[in-house]
Design a protein around this ligand. Structure first.
Ligand code: FAS
Ligand code: PHB
Length: 407
């Protein structure tokens, strides 16, 4: 089905343009934000999304926005509800085997803060803005295939409502996530892949209960890692480290709450308010990068090009910084015939991606339980925390990474 102005459903070939300037594959945060920015800059674009709009809006994912993400969402004209409902945090807490450390992000990182505002809300705001501008987002586009990527006239084919379509374009933005078609459309001998799969996952719960703390708590405990987050003053998001072979169906709400309390410092656990879950899921953790993030007229952005473990709250924020670089390049191409920024896109985006990969890997390695690394590994984790707890330089480095490195 296709979505036209005001989100109305309209089926059939008439809604599918034969050509556009930029074809965006994937209607998640990267694709929708790029589409919105391009449309406001007068660059014609179409989004092809495999799933229904309802499915995309049902996904529960990221929760923390860096300042750069907040700024770009405002630039795209989708910051109003975020500014009303988002929770601005100037600090974050790390507890390590019951030792508590608050990191004053604003004081350590030149006044920068983070905003707690769910990715689901960001996606809803982006869809509302696409509708308001009459943007073209084609949902349930199946069998998307990319063609002639190394020519000046790439195109995509796909089926919609049982009909096969082709859209010709100047550029294709591959914003279709880790499992999308875009990265897989690049010949294997042109890509270099880097991957680290962690030996555990995150079991997450969403519940309409007040958060246990005003700020996020990243808790490292001998039983494993836990994260206390939130979506509002009445809706909480919690995670605990779990083995990869765990099944979410084996976790009743009571079992989750009991396990979470056992991963937290006693005074935090004592304040925990429990209640029925709205959502419960298990996510695997991996670090992954595909280089380069470009092949001919195809540019990868977001999870299509890289994945980080959610410990550093970087996944969504990296998708946004990719979009920033790609948008700059595309606008320079159309406005001034200048392709320098497009030529440098992969190099610029990867420079920031790898720094976020490092920080996310470091936070994951320091705060999770890794029995396989033995007593020495446990001492290294304790030394990391001791250094962070006793060095303002280490705290400043943590803060500038967590609040978001500059674009
Ligand atoms: P997305 O995966 O969000 O969007 C890609 C879109 O492309 C999807 O809508 C998909 O349906 C579509 N698509 C896929 N294949 C297609 C095809 N062949 N044709 C057309 N469309 C196609 N990040 C954080 O910062 N903090 C977190 O706490 C956090 N938690 C997460 C929990 C989970 C379970 C997951 C999976 C990820 C989490 N992330 C988190 C990372 C997440 O937020 C991503 O970084 C973010 O969604 C990236 O956005 P996109 O690059 O747009 O990719
Ligand atoms: C979340 O609220 O979902 C969240 C927050 C911070 C993280 C990961 C997830 O590092």
């Amino acid at each position: 089905m296709t979505e036209g102005p005001s989100g109305s459903l309209s089926a059939g070939a008439s809604a599918v343009p034969a050509r556009t300037q930029v074809l965006v594959i994937g209607g998640g945060p990267a694709g929708l934000l790029l589409s919105q920015l391009l449309h406001r800059a007068g660059v014609d674009n179409v989004v092809l999304e495999r799933r229904s709009r309802a499915y995309v809006l049902s996904r529960i994912r990221a929760g923390v926005l860096e300042q750069g993400t907040v700024d770009l969402l405002r630039q795209a004209g989708v910051g109003a509800r975020m500014d009303r409902k988002g929770l601005v945090h100037d600090g974050v807490e790390i507890s390590f085997h019951n030792r508590r450390l608050r990191l004053d992000l604003a004081g350590l990182a030149g006044g920068r803060t983070v905003t707690v505002y769910g990715q689901t809300e960001v996606t809803a705001d982006l869809y509302a803005a696409r509708d308001a501008m009459g943007g073209t987002v084609l949902h349930e586009a199946e069998d998307v295939a990319l063609h002639d990527l190394e020519s000046a006239s790439p195109f995509a084919t796909f089926t919609l409502d049982g009909e096969t379509h082709r859209i010709d374009c100047d550029f294709i933005a591959g914003c279709d996530g880790f499992h999308g078609v875009s990265r897989r459309s690049i010949p294997e001998d042109r890509l270099k892949l880097f991957e680290l799969v962690y030996p555990f996952g995150w079991l997450g719960i969403l519940a309409d209960v007040p958060p246990v703390s005003d700020e996020l708590i990243y808790a490292s405990h001998e039983k494993g890692f836990a994260l206390c987050s939130m979506r509002s003053s009445t809706r909480s998001r919690y995670y605990i480290q779990c083995p990869l072979d765990e099944k979410v169906g084996d976790w009743s709400d009571d079992r989750f709450w009991e396990a979470l309390a056992g991963h937290l410092p006693a005074d935090v656990a004592a304040r925990l308010v429990t209640g029925p879950s709205i959502e419960k899921s298990i996510a695997p953790l991996r670090s992954f990068v595909a280089e380069p993030m470009r092949h001919g007229r195809l540019f990868l952005a977001g999870d299509a090009a890289h994945i980080v473990p959610p410990t550093g709250a970087k996944g969504l924020n990296l998708a946004v910084s990719d979009v920033h670089y790609l948008f700059e390049g595309l606008v320079a191409h159309y406005a001034a015939g200048d392709d320098q920024a497009l030529e440098r896109y992969s190099e610029r985006a990867l420079a920031r991606v790898w720094k976020a990969e490092r920080f996310s890997w470091w936070m994951t390695s320091t705060l999770h339980s890794f029995p396989e690394t033995g007593p020495f590994g446990a001492r290294m984790q304790r030394a990391e925390f001791d250094y962070l707890a006793t060095s303002r330089a280490a705290q400043a480095a943590f803060a500038e990474n967590y609040a978001g490195l500059p674009y």
